[in-house]
Design a protein around this ligand. Structure first.
Ligand SMILES: [Zn+2]
Length: 164
């Protein structure tokens, strides 16, 4: 295992890392996907490094800030995942994932339709979410977040606290 440090970046990495998406993504680009979580957690997968054999839980926050968040899986967690299909719940919430990714960088991707989709998804995951929380999560100004929230409420039945 001595040469593994030359082939990948995982040895000595902290258990939890956040990597901005880009051309160079050491630690991420070496991973080979071996499981997809699938709906409703479409952003989650598990990868293995062919060089060091480590397994990582990978969450791709590519809707808002374009950041990959990874946590190292230990042996029991990997066994549970492969044998029983039980996933660690670290990144089950997209809202929590955005909170982690925005500590790395903040962007606003997407057109108004995609922003509306994000408002609806976040409100469905946490009914009663406030407009200011949505603005902060999606890197929108308050007026834009309010406009999208009103549309989400009136046309899609989303539960947003419009007065907050
Ligand atoms: Zn590795």
């Amino acid at each position: 295992m001595d040469q593994s440090t030359n082939e990948c970046s995982h040895v000595g990495m902290p258990d939890l890392v956040s990597i901005p998406m880009g051309t160079e993504m050491p630690g991420f680009e070496e991973l080979r996907r071996f499981r997809d979580h699938g709906e409703p957690y479409w952003w989650l997968w598990a990868g293995e490094c062919p060089a060091c054999g480590q397994r990582w839980l990978v969450a791709q926050e590519e809707r808002v800030n374009d950041v990959v968040v990874m946590r190292r899986l230990d042996e029991p967690e990997t066994t549970r995942l492969i044998d029983d299909g039980i996933w660690p719940d670290d990144f089950d919430s997209y809202e929590r994932l955005i909170r982690i990714s925005q500590q790395v960088q903040r962007f606003r991707f997407g057109n108004p339709d995609e922003q509306l989709r994000d408002v609806i998804d976040l409100a469905n995951a946490r009914p009663g979410i406030s407009v200011s929380d949505l603005a902060d999560l999606l890197n929108l100004d308050k007026a834009a977040a309010l406009t999208l929230s009103k549309k989400a409420v009136s046309e899609h039945g989303a539960q947003v606290a419009l007065s907050a």
